[in-house]
Ligand binder design. Structure first.
Ligand SMILES: Nc1ncnc2c1ncn2[C@@H]1O[C@H](COP(=O)(O)OP(=O)(O)OP(=O)(O)O)[C@@H](O)[C@H]1O
Length: 450
């Protein structure tokens, strides 16, 4: 993961109807999300002491006292700098950076559905958060999960990205493939990372060990060469032994679907998927159709050949035949679940894909391609989060001013891009500390999701 950027000593968020302005650093503002017991005066710096009274005055749900200020401080804070910023300032701290305001304008259009509307329905809703690698998908997904849980919705956030960072984001181990209650809070908040290797194992069959060659030879021998081409497309062996990119995630998501249909998980009314970077997601989207067509062919073929048991034995041997059947059965199961996944993806009532980007031409171009593909696949998209934005107010920091102009140009691109301009654009600031742990996520959630 990239280190969080640090330029900007205060946070100012301006929305159409709400104004949240503070002259404190993110770290200080964040202190209000911490439980009062941790504010032992001896442990606090002067700046924290001033916010301690704020915390005490806070009403509502309190986080359990697991997240100490020291722990929050272990990451990156204002005063440290990104190497590039340091270089721009000859290795010295930048006064301009320290005094500039990070501004997030939650520029929601009048027709856009705000967070309140997102929480309104008691029915289960799915949110898929995706975009280019490293833009802040996990942070936005986890922050949304905390926010939903905070608004009373039992929430499950699931990472289906084979390179997980949900555990890092919550600063807690949520690996293991089953929902784990998030510590440090009494919120109805659960998280899980799917172990791709474990999921893959479940679908790995012996029939794939020969790369599917036995199946092809057999079919050619049966005068069914025409099917071989189509089977070649399926790459049965690869599918089972070395799954193509996207299959891990498909298996992972289908596992989640299986999970959330179980009675004990019916309680979750908000389910958030922290998805893999764009390329994976696009392949994943086309997988249900691919599996449907390819596995469908195999299944039909099996039906046609059911009388040819002896010939099957000749190719696979008694045992291998059984294993081959088992593998195909597993694929059939996978196909069924993938069809359910596709159903969820395309359910405009229940599902929304949230694209996260950063204000760079490359990330925006990728977001536009993602949106285009999502439209083609019939996946509903309403929102685009533009993350890590610098304040729009010029300061005496030369580097920041150049960067700011660069970001403004990138933002203009969004507003004119045919694939993106109709989306509800949510502008999220670049915070001056790394977003990590429940209090930080809660802080981010309150800024981004409004
Ligand atoms: N608005 C922000 N301000 C400051 N830091 C941020 C912001 N958004 C994300 N970060 C930080 O950027 C890093 C990458 O974020 P995150 O893991 O959420 O990205 P990702 O898109 O999920 O990455 P990957 O594609 O690797 O899964 C983390 O250290 C996170 O704390």
């Amino acid at each position: 993961m990239a280190r969080a950027a640090v330029c900007g000593a205060s946070v100012q968020v301006i929305g159409p109807s709400t104004h949240f302005t503070t002259n404190r650093s993110t770290e200080q503002s964040l202190a209000r999300y911490l439980p009062s017991p941790i504010f032992s005066p001896s442990k606090l710096r002067q700046s924290d002491r001033t916010t301690a009274s704020l915390v005490k005055a806070q009403s509502g749900r309190q986080l359990k006292g697991l997240y100490k200020v020291d722990r929050l401080r272990s990451s990156t804070f204002a005063g440290e700098s990104l190497p590039a910023i340091q270089r721009a300032h000859g290795g010295k701290k930048c006064k301009g950076c320290r005094t500039s305001a990070v501004t997030a304008a939650a520029a929601q259009s009048d027709t856009a559905e705000g967070f309140q509307a997102m929480t309104a329905s008691p029915k289960r809703r799915y949110y898929m958060v995706g975009g280019k690698g490293g833009v802040g998908k996990t942070s936005c997904a986890a922050a949304l999960a905390v926010k939903f849980a905070n608004s009373g919705h039992p929430t499950l956030v699931v990472s289906t990205d084979p390179a997980h960072s949900l555990s890092d984001s919550f600063a807690q181990d949520v690996r293991g493939g089953t929902p784990v209650q998030v510590e440090g809070t009494d919120l109805p908040l659960y998280a899980m990372e799917i172990d791709p290797e474990q999921a893959r194992e479940e679908f790995r069959g012996k029939a794939g060990q020969d790369g599917g060659k036995g199946v092809k030879d057999f079919m050619e021998g049966m005068g069914l060469g025409g099917w071989v081409e189509q089977l070649g497309e399926l790459k049965l062996g690869e599918l089972l032994d070395t799954p193509p990119p996207g299959l891990d995630e498909a298996v992972a998501i289908s596992k989640v679907v299986q999970f959330i249909q179980a009675p004990e998980y019916q309680k979750f009314t908000r389910i958030i998927f922290d998805t893999a970077p764009t390329g994976h997601t696009l392949r994943l989207l086309s997988l249900p159709d691919f599996l449907d067509a390819s596995i469908g062919k195999i299944i039909r073929l099996r039906q046609k050949l059911s009388s040819a048991t002896a010939a099957i034995k000749a190719v696979f041997g008694q045992d291998d035949s059984a294993k081959g059947k088992n593998a195909v059965d597993k694929l059939e199961q996978l196909k069924e679940r993938m069809l359910q996944v596709r159903g969820i993806f395309r359910d405009t009532e229940a599902t929304e894909f949230v694209i996260v980007t950063i204000p760079t031409v490359m990330a925006i171009s990728e977001s536009a391609r993602l949106r285009e593909s999502l439209v083609k696949e019939g996946v509903p998209v309403k929102r685009l989060i533009v993350n890590q934005l610098l304040s729009k107010t010029p300061t005496d920091c030369k580097f920041c001013n150049i960067k700011r102009k660069d970001q403004a140009r990138a933002l203009d691109l969004i507003h004119t891009d045919a694939d993106l301009k109709d989306l509800n654009i949510i502008e999220a600031p670049l915070f001056d500390l790394e977003i990590r742990g429940v209090p930080a996520l809660q802080f981010m959630g309150d800024v981004v999701w409004r």
